[in-house]
Design a protein around this ligand. Sequence first.
Ligand SMILES: Cc1ncc(COP(=O)(O)O)c(C=O)c1O
Length: 400
Amino acid sequence: MSTSAQLGDRSLFPDLAARSYLAHCAISPVSLPVREAVIAYVDSYARLGVVALGRWLDQRAVLRGALATLIGAGADDIALVSNTTTGVIDIAFAIAWRPGDRVVIFEGEFPANVTPWQQAAATFGLTLARLPLTGFGLPGEGDPGDGLLRLEACLREGARLVAVSAVQFQTGLAMPIPAIAALCRRYDAELFVDAIQGAGVVPIDVSCGVDYLTCGSHKWLLGIEGSAFLYVAPHRVGALVPRLGGWLSHEDPVGFLFGTSPLRYDRALRARADVFEGGAANGAGLAALGAAVELLARLGIPAVHAHVQRWHDAVEPGLLARGFTSLRSPHPGGRSGILALRAPADIDVQGLVRGLASRGVIVSAPENNLRIAPSWPNALSEVPVVLAAIDEARSAATAR
Ligand SMILES: Cc1ncc(COP(=O)(O)O)c(C=O)c1O
C-alpha cells in the first residue's frame, strides 16, 4: 500500500463512494493510513492487552510533537482530549475567574464555542458580550478593520477573554487571528481559539499570541471523531485552576500501579497542558490522528491551502453563473477550506444537498448556506462533475 499523500489524488481513499466529497467541514472520509492505524491499535490490544499500552503512550508523545509543529507550539503545551468541546470546557472551567469578568463571544459561532462559556458564566458569575461577525472580511462589508474596531471597544471596557473560531463554520471566513491576538495583548485580555474549521487547511501559528486553542480530529485534520487536542500557552498554565482534573492529572499519577511510588491522593496537579488528560484516552482515535497528521505534515498546510483555493477558484465562477452568491472573502487572508454560497431564492437548499448526494456529490448546508469544502485529496477534475450534478438536481427538482 502506498502511504504517500498527493494533492488532488484520492488513491488513499479507495472505498470512498462519493464522486466528489466536499464535506471536510463536517466529517472527513478515512484514508488508508488512518484506517490501518486504528486496526493496528485494536489488533495490538487483541494480542497483548495491557502490554500494548507502552507502544501507544510513545505514539501519543510523538503525536503531541506533531500537533505542536502544526500550530507553532511546543510539545509540552499540548493536551490530547476528546473533542473540541472538551477543550473549551477544560479552559472555561479552569480560569481563575473573578465575578463580573467579561467574556467576548460572537454571533453565529458554532455552539461548541458558546455553550461552555454560557455554563462558565452561570457558574462563576461572568458577563457574556456577544459581538456581531460583520466587519471581519466578508464580501460587501467594507474594511475588515471595522470588526476589529468593535472588538477593541469591548476590550477597552475591560473584557477578560475573547473566544473565537479560527474559521467561521457557516461562511468559511478565516478570522484575523493575529490582529485579534495583538488587540488582546494590548488590553491584557486572553484569547481562546476554536481551530477545528481551520487547522489542517489554513496555516495557524499560536505564537502570534493565542493563549488557548482547541481542535477536533474529524474535519480538516482527516482523523476520526472522538479525539482532539488542546493548546495552552506556557505562560498561562500556572494561573489555571484545573477544576475538572482527574486521576491522571497529578504528578506521578501511575507510580502506584507499578510499585515505584505509593498510592497518595495529595500529589500536586501538573502545571502543564496535559493536566487536562485526566483519565484513559481514546487510543484508537489518537492512533488515527497520528496517521492523519503525518500525511498533512508531508503535504504542508500552505500547500493544502493553496490547492483548496485553486479548487474554489475553479468552481466559484460556475456557481455564480448559476445564480449563487459567494460569501468568499475578497481578502486572501479571509479564505479557508469552506466556500460558502447563498442559493438563488427558487432553490430549496436542503433538497439540493439531498439531490447532490444521490448523484455522488457530498456537501453540507447549515442554515441553508451551501458549503463546498474540498481538501487535499480532491482533484480539479471533479469540478465539472459537481456543476453538472447541480444542474441535474435542479432540473429534477423543477420537473417534480
Ligand atoms: C467551529 C466548530 N467548532 C466545533 C465543532 C464541533 O465540536 P466537537 O469536536 O466538540 O464536536 C464544529 C463542527 O462540528 C465546528 O464547526
